[in-house]
Design a protein around this ligand. Structure first.
Ligand code: ZN
Length: 160
């Protein structure tokens, strides 16, 4: 019997350690939390993607009384980006969230599993690593690629 250990590398930063572009992206993600439609969870998420052509796309979570009809901020953002710019890879995706008291989360916001799956496919589709910045007031997690967030991931290569 063998054991397989998979590890990921996360850089924990303070905002002032990041580039001006990254700070702008985080600010856009925070600002977009105020565009969230979250009457059920009262959990407001914002995401901001910088495409390789420099365009910045934002999106927020959009809920619905029929719960599964809603969509997370990350997928709202990526699907919009891919719809509008189908030939542009996403270079960096920043995510921020506020709780029902309206405060930004202290710990970096972790994307849900479904969003990780979409992030992975977006990364693979363009053959370009998607850096991810997860905002928390105590620090920011920088992850070098979406694949790191989904070990043992299912993708199209598994179907061959
Ligand atoms: Zn999600």
């Amino acid at each position: 019997m063998k054991e397989l250990n998979i590890s990921i590398s996360i850089r924990i930063c303070q905002e002032e350690e990041l580039s001006a572009d990254d700070r702008e992206l985080l600010e856009a993600a925070r600002r977009t939390t105020y565009h969230s439609y979250a009457p059920y969870s009262h959990f407001s998420v914002g995401a901001a993607a910088r495409l390789v052509n420099g365009v910045l796309i934002t999106g927020s979570n959009q809920e619905n009384a029929a719960y599964p009809s809603g969509l997370c901020a990350e997928r709202t953002t990526l699907f919009y980006a891919n719809s509008q710019y189908p030939d542009q890879a996403v270079d960096t995706l920043a995510i921020a969230a506020r709780n029902e008291s309206g405060e930004f989360l202290v710990k970096p916001i972790p994307p849900c599993g479904a969003c990780r799956q979409v992030m992975l496919e977006t990364e693979q589709r363009f053959r370009h690593p998607m850096r991810i910045l997860l905002f928390g007031t105590e620090g920011i997690y920088e992850i070098k690629g979406a694949g790191s967030l989904l070990p043992l991931s299912f993708d199209s290569s598994a179907m061959k």
